[in-house]
Each structure stands twice: as structure tokens, then as C-alpha cells.
Design a binder for this molecule. Structure first.
Ligand code: ADP
Ligand code: 5GP
Length: 188
């Protein structure tokens, strides 16, 4: 029985937007696993909701304390990690955990949770579209934009390691595909 959904996609694909629609539609069914990161918060992001925004020192300390289920230096100099405490919190709530993680983290969580998790990869229509979305989102510097695009090809090469693939070309269609997938699941 499944109790977790892993969602990975190159940055800018639309993962956060799709998940937001899912949370709106099913407010009590899913619980977002809030990762820790050393990245600075973007405008509108909330500590404890989008991420736990922590210092590099605190990240290193938590790592030494074995507090992470997995972690990854997703972009040069920026660390992101799934906290074991989040997994426990969501399990106690009796909800389905949503892990928004990079492809390497996604594969690692799938290896650990196996049949308990459904791993979904969201594909951008093209790298050029990805660039346009990241630019339109207005959150990236030239440097962070380049880092995200540089990583996208590698991330896409991981797609076959996921249970399901959704293409986010048309947003409404991608949300519908996602909804159909999770509705076809035999949840715990
Ligand atoms: P991610 O979480 O994967 O990094 P976001 O959800 O932040 O991506 O989406 C990146 C940007 O692309 C946002 O500005 C979002 O509004 C936009 N976007 C998402 N899906 C689509 C789509 N199907 N068509 C056009 N723009 C989209
Ligand atoms: P962003 O900086 O755009 O929020 O996220 C960058 C990337 O880091 C995304 O691919 C996101 O899914 C990934 N990410 C966020 N949290 C985690 C985590 O806890 N572990 C791993 N491995 N990746 C994460």
C-alpha cells in the first residue's frame, strides 16, 4: 500500500504549481514533507512551510546528528535534505507524504520506501520552455538560472527510474494527469 508520493522535475518545470493545485483540491489528504535547505528564501516563501531555511552550519550539524533520510547538494554550494522528523510527523497525521526532491533524492527515497512510494517525474516540454518559465518566474539570477538549466539534461536522463512520467505542457492537463494518477492509487 502506498503512503508516499515522490515528485521530481527540473527546476522551473511547474512542480510547485501542480502540487499547489493538488493541495487545494485535497486539503486533508496530503502532507508536504518540508525539506531543510541552505538556500535563501524567495519572496513569498515561508520558513516551515516551503522549507526550513537554515545556515550551512546548522545543516552540517543536523547531518552529523543523522537527522536526514537523504540529502543532496543540488546546486553548487546549496544543500537540500529530507528530514526524518517530517516523515514521522506525516505518518502520525495519517496522511500521504509528498516529497518534492531532486532526481537523485527521489531515486534514493524510492529505494528506501519501495512499494510504499509512487515516484512521479514531471517533464518540461523542452529546455527552452524551461528557460522561459524560469525567466518568467523572476526568481533567478543569471548564475542560478544557468545552474538550473545546466542540471536539467542530467535530471531528464533519470526519468525512466520513476514509476510514472507526466509532461507539463498545458498546466490544466498536467494537473488532471496528476490527479488521475493519485486517484488510481491504493492508498494505505
Ligand atoms: P518548479 O516548482 O518545478 O521549479 P514552478 O511551479 O515554480 O516550477 O513553475 C515555474 C514557472 O512556470 C512559474 O512561474 C509557473 O507559474 C509557470 N508554469 C508552470 N506550469 C506552466 C505551464 N504549463 N505553462 C506555462 N507556465 C507554467
Ligand atoms: P528550489 O531551489 O527550486 O526550491 O529547488 C531546487 C531543487 O531541489 C528542486 O529540484 C527540488 O525538488 C530539490 N529539493 C528540494 N528539497 C529537497 C530535498 O530535501 N532533497 C533533495 N534531494 N532535493 C530537494
Amino acid at each position: 500500500m502506498i503512503n508516499s508520493i515522490i515528485v521530481s522535475a527540473p527546476s522551473g518545470t511547474g512542480k510547485t504549481t501542480i502540487l499547489g493545485k493538488l493541495f487545494e483540491k485535497y486539503p486533508n489528504r496530503f502532507s508536504f514533507s518540508v525539506s531543510a535547505t541552505t538556500r535563501k528564501a524567495r519572496e513569498g516563501e515561508v520558513h516551515g512551510k516551503n522549507y526550513y531555511f537554515i545556515s550551512e552550519e546548522e545543516f552540517a550539524q543536523r547531518l552529523a546528528n543523522d537527522e536526514f533520510l537523504e540529502y543532496e547538494n543540488v546546486y553548487e554550494g546549496l544543500s537540500y535534505g529530507t528530514l526524518k522528523s517530517e516523515v514521522e510527523r506525516i505518518s502520525k497525521e495519517g496522511k500521504i507524504a509528498i516529497f518534492d526532491v531532486d532526481v537523485k533524492g527521489g531515486v534514493r527515497i524510492k529505494q528506501q520506501l519501495q512499494d510504499k512510494a509512487l515516484a512521479i517525474f514531471i517533464m518540461p516540454p523542452s529546455i527552452e520552455t524551461l528557460r522561459e518559465r524560469l525567466v518568467a518566474r523572476g526568481t533567478e539570477t543569471e548564475d542560478s538560472l544557468a545552474k538550473r538549466l545546466n542540471r536539467a539534461e542530467m535530471e531528464i536522463s533519470y526519468k525512466e527510474k520513476f514509476d510514472k512520467i507526466i509532461i507539463n505542457d498545458n498546466l490544466a492537463k498536467a494537473v488532471e494527469d496528476f490527479d488521475n494518477l493519485v486517484n488510481g492509487i491504493d492508498f494505505e
